[in-house]
Structures are given as C-alpha cells and as structure tokens.
Write a protein that binds this ligand. Structure first.
Ligand code: SF4
Length: 166
C-alpha cells in the first residue's frame, strides 16, 4: 500500500477518517471547511509561485519548497489540528530524508492567525513515523470501519454526513 502524508495526517485525527479515505471514499467536495482552507492556501501568498518550487515526492506533493534553504512551507488554516499538521510535515521531512535530503526543515504557517512554527525531524520522530506507517497498514486492512470518535471537530469533518446524519 502507498502511504501518503494525508494518511499520516488522518491517522492523528481519526482512524475512521483514515480508513474511509484509504478506501477511496472522499467527500471533500461537500465540505465548506475544506473549500475555505483551499482559498486561504491559494490567496495567502500569491507571490510565492515564483519564489518557491512545487516538489513532487511521488506519495506527497509539497506546494511550497524553498530549494535553496531546503525548507518546506506548509500553510494551514487553524491550529486546532496542530499535532496532525506537525506529523504530516515531519512525514514530508522523512520522505525528503529518504530521497537524500536529510537536512531539510519545515515551517508551518497559519496566515489567518499570523503565526508560524518551525518543524524538525529527529531520529526518534523518524522511528515513530515508521511505526505509524505499519499501524496505518493494519488499520486500512481491517474489514470493518473503525468506530466513530464523537469529537467537537466531527462537525467540521468532510465525513460528518456519512458518520452522523441518519
Ligand atoms: S466525522 Fe468524526 S468520526 Fe466521522 S470520520 Fe470525521 S472525525 Fe471521524
């Protein structure tokens, strides 16, 4: 199975979401939240397209990569899912390490909050992510969809209707 940075992100949010996504069930087109996030992504830094390059790592696409300084820039809307954001970005750094760029670092950017956060990949992080890759394999192989988690952020999840609307 091909594991992407999105799998890593969803693993840290909800295993049901991860399982649904891994089965090709995607409902982003029904989510206003996802649409809003896309708009922020596209409109926050219009000058960036010339400054940074898009980097396709096969299983992950980095929209803004500062090749000169080896820094990944990842734009997010809010800090509510900060842990998931950090692991998603650390996974980019792991993929870059595997591709022969072990010194890369990252900056998580929250333009609507005017906040940034530096992200690094330690050897312990890399080891943890390798374990997460194995757990993702196990979760997505399960026949049965994992249980709902009933968190406040479910209301903003693109799978909300699927999980909660009878
Ligand atoms: S709505 Fe909640 S339970 Fe359902 S996939 Fe999303 S986060 Fe998980």
């Amino acid at each position: 199975m091909i594991i992407t940075a999105t799998h890593i992100n969803y693993y840290h949010i909800c295993h049901r979401k991860l399982w649904l996504f891994s089965r090709g069930i995607q409902m982003e087109h029904t989510s206003e939240v996802v649409e809003e996030a896309k708009l922020i992504h596209e409109s926050s830094y219009p000058q960036r397209s010339s400054k940074y390059t898009e980097l396709d790592l096969g299983v992950a696409k980095i929209d803004f990569y500062d090749e000169k300084n080896k820094v990944v820039h990842e734009i997010k809307k809010s800090r509510k899912m900060e842990t998931a954001h950090q692991w998603q970005v650390k996974y980019y750094l792991l993929l870059l390490r595997r591709a022969g760029v072990p010194e890369a670092t990252a900056i998580l950017e929250y333009p609507t909050l005017k906040k940034t956060m530096e992200v690094f990949l330690s050897d312990d992080d890399a080891h943890y992510l390798e374990e997460v890759e194995q757990e993702i394999e196990q979760i997505t192989r399960q026949e049965k969809v994992p249980e709902k988690i009933n968190k406040s952020f479910c209301k903003k999840c693109s799978y909300y209707d699927l999980c909660w609307v009878e």
